[in-house]
Design a protein around this ligand. Structure first.
Ligand code: HMG
Length: 410
């Protein structure tokens, strides 16, 4: 696995001051400290390709070994052409490769991961590996309630029959789908529309639904019980959401509501949150919502802190995509996984990012609105030099309606 995100970020205290809001609402109320901000030269393709390149290099995987490439994204770059095919070229993957894009809001990458594990289990991989990349730019727009829950980034995962980090339980899996209008982005809009509080309720209902399906799939009920898990990882649109999710997980397990009438339940679920969820949310708190990749960013946080004693332990993963679709599954940490702690840790990259002033951030969002429409020479701030970026792969705007990418590594 590898994470890659934009080199610029917005500080939540600065944003709160600029919007005349108490900073405690963003930092404590939502649990967010910073949010990554993609410049006009970074898009779903550049972040996915960079994360993919890092995952292959860090785990010494030859691109020739990849027989399947899936990009899970809800911020694709074309209504027809998949982002995956640009990434396929940038990573120099073999032509004999099944390549496509999956979309179902934040659930898209989990759908891709399941397709990859099924491909391997069905015997179609013929010894090859799959590369699944979650890549997104979360944008709600200036002065909207969703503004403090933006972010951008990509998580790449190599899937094989002999995983070095985590192995998924093939049988224990719960699905959930229901048509709801909690969050959507019409074809004509660069910004998402959201019914924020309703979306939280939909997320929690989907968690109960996916847990119920997983419980029915389990051979014995204790297979999914919290006491047999080392960590519970959730989709993290903002850090506080993971706390709400864990409370719901406890309610499901105890079969009773956890509220002021149930102080013991409140205490137990909070203690369990501090032990099984909170330690793996520090990357999410400084990157923000990265939609498809948010759950897997929390998994990277878990794996980068791994000690040998944790090898073999079980953890749960819950993916939620608005609209809505969700899945709950269980995996266990592979023997020897703690050896890859440093290879997987993106802290160096996070530390190298530069903070944007709120004025720069607002100009950046305006520049991004037009970068796809015009010829590159006409677009202000569309060149990597305007942002002093150090990465390798950049989006250079369009020429005659064709997206242009540059790769400094060539
Ligand atoms: P809001 O109305 O601005 O905020 O919307 P609020 O009034 O609900 O306050 C937020 C929290 O801060 C509350 O905590 C307040 O009490 C607290 P809670 O009661 O929930 O525990 N608070 C404070 N705390 C300390 N000091 C203070 C203070 N003031 C308030 N002074 C909302 C918040 C998240 C709804 C909004 O930002 C939004 O619409 N975000 C986008 C939607 C979203 O993230 N939904 C999450 C579930 S849906 C999902 O995860 C899917 C998604 O990722 C998309 C996809 O699938 O593709 C979004």
């Amino acid at each position: 696995m590898a994470f890659y995100g934009p080199e610029r970020y917005v500080d939540m205290v600065d944003l709160a001051h600029a919007r005349s809001i108490d900073p405690a609402k963003f930092v404590k109320g939502l649990g967010q400290e910073q949010m990554a901000m993609a410049t006009p030269c970074e898009d779903t393709v550049t972040m996915a390709a960079t994360a993919g390149r890092r995952a292959l290099a860090a785990f010494d995987v030859d691109p020739a070994e990849i027989g399947m490439l899936i990009i899970g994204t809800e911020t694709g770059v074309d209504h027809s052409k998949p982002a995956a095919v640009y990434v396929h070229e940038l990573l120099r993957l073999p032509e004999r490769c099944r390549t496509f894009e999956t979309k179902h809001a934040c659930y898209g990458a989990m759908a891709g991961l399941t397709a990859a594990t099924d491909w391997i289990a069905a015997g179609r991989a013929r010894g090859r590996k799959a590369l699944i990349i979650a890549s997104d730019i979360a944008r709600y727009g200036i002065q909207t309630p969703g503004e403090p829950t933006q972010g951008a980034g990509a998580v790449a995962m190599v899937v094989s029959a002999s995983p070095r980090l985590i192995a998924f339980d093939e049988e224990l899996y719960g699905d959930y789908t229901r048509q709801v209008m909690d969050f959507w982005r019409p074809l004509y809009s660069k910004y998402a529309y959201v019914d924020g509080h309703y979306s939280i309720a939909c997320y929690l209902d989907a968690l109960s639904g996916a847990l119920a399906d997983a419980r029915d799939a389990a051979s014995v009920e204790t297979d999914i019980s919290l006491e047999h898990l080392d960590a519970c990882l959730y989709h993290v649109p903002f850090v506080k959401m993971a706390r709400k999710a864990h409370t719901r997980h406890w309610e499901f397990e105890l079969r009773q509501p956890i509220d002021e009438q149930n102080p013991t339940g409140q205490e137990r679920s909070m203690a369990s949150y501090q032990q099984m969820v909170a330690p793996w949310l520090s990357l999410n708190s400084v990157v923000g919502n990265i939609y498809t990749g948010s759950l897997f960013l929390s998994l990277i946080d878990y794996l980068r802190g791994l000690t040998p004693e944790r090898e073999g332990r079980r953890l749960s993963l819950f993916s939620y995509g608005s609209g809505c679709g969700a899945a709950f599954c269980v995996g266990h940490v592979s023997d020897g996984a703690s050896r890859y702690r440093q290879a997987i840790d993106p802290q160096h990259h996070i530390d190298g990012r530069r903070k944007l002033s709120i004025d720069e951030y607002e100009r950046l969002l305006h520049a991004c609105e037009h970068v796809d429409e015009s010829d590159i020479d006409d677009v202000e701030l569309s060149q990597p030099s305007a942002w002093d970026l150090r990465g390798e792969i950049f989006y250079m705007g369009t020429r005659q309606h064709i997206r242009q990418y540059s790769d400094r590594s060539l």
